[in-house]
Design a protein around this ligand. Sequence first.
Ligand code: AMP
Length: 419
Amino acid sequence: MRVCVVGAGGREHALAVALGRTAEVVVTPGNPGIPGSTPKPPEEVDADLFVIGPEVPLVDGLADRLRAAGRLVFGPGADGARLEGSKVWMKKVLAGAGVPTAAHGVFDRVEPALAFLDSLPPPWVVKTDGLAAGKGVLVTSDRREAADDVRAKLSGQAFGDAGRRVVVEEGLDGPELSLLCLCDGRRAVPLAPAQDFKRLGDGGSGPNTGGMGAYSPVPAAMLGVRATQAGPEIIAEVVERAVEPTLHRLRALGIDFRGVLYAGIMLTPDGPKVLEFNVRFGDPETQVVLPRTEGDLAGLLAEAAAGALRTDPSFSPDAAVTVVLAAEGYPASPRTGDVIDGLEAAATRPGVSVYCAGVGRATDGRLTTAGGRVLNVTALGPDLDQARRRAYAGVVEISWPGMQYRRDIAASALEGAKA
Ligand code: AMP
């Protein structure tokens, strides 16, 4: 089978590697660090299966255009992708499906939004309706910051048109879980759970980012559950109470959702509640979930794309940890064009794979930084502790001026697992 992966980041590199176990893979547009990258647009690539990585082309209807040309596509059409493209619409679908989520209001004017803020206890949450590259959410207990954020978003100043409508919602509390499910329109099959790290700095300090690292599997203790065997029960509960009702509701709306439904869940004292739905593989969760899959991933995604997901995914017992290496100035204004040293040395470390996200190539052939999140250093190991050590052993091989990364990826999971 020949598979075309659409996208240009670390997620697409990880997809290409995992799909490449059983298929020939091309990546469009890819980047200079991803083998098999082609500048040809997806419409001009010849492949048996198209796997679309990022949300923007999905929301723009790329899957519809490819399907109209008779292609087999893993990824929802623009109708289903709206679940991620509009948080307001997502909330409507959840309400129709009876799926628990945070209480909220929708506003396009400042005064009613501020009045609603005042009706809720802190912390407050302000979200852009539209896509904001994972950065459109503010969670704060500072009333002034919340109000300033409402104004900045609604004025279009902070996120352009994506922010001209906002969702203001109650702050929820509890451990968070990302669950990616493969869907064939009717059936949702969960992949191994992962936990990601959204803040730039250690201990959850600093600004929100697209994601600074992740690990999988997630010890039950991290989910506020004592017995380790309770893990699968939580996943089953999330699938039954959040993912399946959403998929069925989409179907009732005439939407045949074939792709990834990725539920961002908070495990509150009142049960799991949905924070968001994404409609594609998470980045960087994919970089720890896919290396743990075994068998024919390309075949599995082809089944889902064809509307007949029969095979269940299987996972190795190994743990995976990924650490994102970001450019100086990320997330506000990353500096680009620095030469990356040590990439090959890192990749020869035991268990380590380096996925290229924001990289370019200098005229002398060397790889350079070309985006905010530059590399994902991922390691597999027999347990989280060893996967973590291996990942950081890879990280220290790599350098460029101003490189930044978190030192505490998966550290709390180890503490949690011991507790
Ligand atoms: P989202 O993009 O909606 O998942 O939001 C990004 C992050 O903001 C989540 O991973 C949570 O950590 C946080 N968040 C979102 N909604 C809420 C909420 N209602 N209460 C508390 N934290 C939230």
